[in-house]
Design a protein around this ligand. Structure first.
Ligand code: APR
Length: 234
């Protein structure tokens, strides 16, 4: 068995599903309730900013009432106790990893609890609505937008992610459908660079064939069990 020291974990909406946050695809998912083209592209924001701001105001308010679950807290425990390197990359824009205790979380698709000013380019912590065009805390311009990476925009901190994938001995994907690139391509990158690859998901993802192993089940069950194993408790 390959010596595992450096771990890269990728999470998606499935890890927050049991906290009551909708996933995107699958029965009753967000993209069944809203058209991506209407709420999650720069073109949609230019065309109808009120519709987009109202959509994210609703999401921003909703996540603040949700609590991290056993999968989030298990990953925080792994981060605290793992003797090697661990990078947690999330596609999620909620803050449940941080409220679950994780310290090193890389939000590649942005964060609901940030607002981004399109005048001064500063990002500010933001928990309230944006629909009334509040002033930017840094430059006072009324030009704040959600700090979420929309379709057609570049995800954040890709250089750091690829550098960690190059060093990874183990790549673990949790609660993601593998439908959206570049995140969906990380497993292939990691595998071709020699890492062992593991999927923890409710069902097989679109990139399932790239994983050495798939463990299927709810995140609150499969993630704590895997963490126990990694920390030698199982
Ligand atoms: N436990 C584990 N996995 C789950 C659970 C659960 N309780 N519930 C759902 N899942 C799995 C589903 O089987 C599915 O494979 O989580 C995955 C969720 O997939 P998506 O809804 O497609 O979400 P995600 O993969 O995070 O989407 C990627 O797409 O819409 C964009 O930017 C958005 O970050 C998002 C990206």
């Amino acid at each position: 068995m390959q010596q595992i020291r450096n771990i890269v974990i990728l999470t998606g909406a499935g890890i927050s599903a049991e906290s009551g946050i909708d996933t995107f695809r699958g029965g009753g998912g967000l993209w069944e309730q809203h058209r991506v083209e209407d709420v999650a592209t720069p073109e949609a924001f230019a065309r109808d900013p009120d519709l987009v701001l109202r959509f994210y105001d609703m999401r921003r308010a909703a996540i603040q009432e949700k609590q991290p679950n056993a999968a989030h807290t298990a990953l925080a425990r792994l981060e605290a106790e793992w003797p090697g390197n661990l990078l947690l990359v999330t596609q999620n824009v909620d803050d449940l990893h941080e409220r679950g205790g994780s310290r090193r979380v890389l939000h590649m698709h942005g964060e609901h609890l940030n607002a981004w000013c399109t005048s001064c380019d500063i990002r500010s912590r933001w928990t309230g609505p944006l629909i009334d065009r509040p002033a930017c805390p840094a430059c006072a311009a009324p030009t704040l937008r959600p700090d979420v990476v929309w379709f057609g925009e570049m995800p954040y901190r890709m250089g750091e992610i690829y550098a960690a994938l190059r060093e990874a001995d183990l790549f673990v994907s949790i609660g993601t459908s593998g439908a959206v690139y570049p995140a969906a391509g990380f497993v292939q990158n990691a595998r071709e660079l020699g890492a062992r690859t593991l999927e923890l998901n409710l069902e097989r993802s679109q990139g399932s064939h790239w994983f050495h192993e798939s463990r299927l089940g709810p995140a609150t069950e499969v993630v704590p069990a895997w963490v126990d194993e990694m920390l030698g408790f199982a």
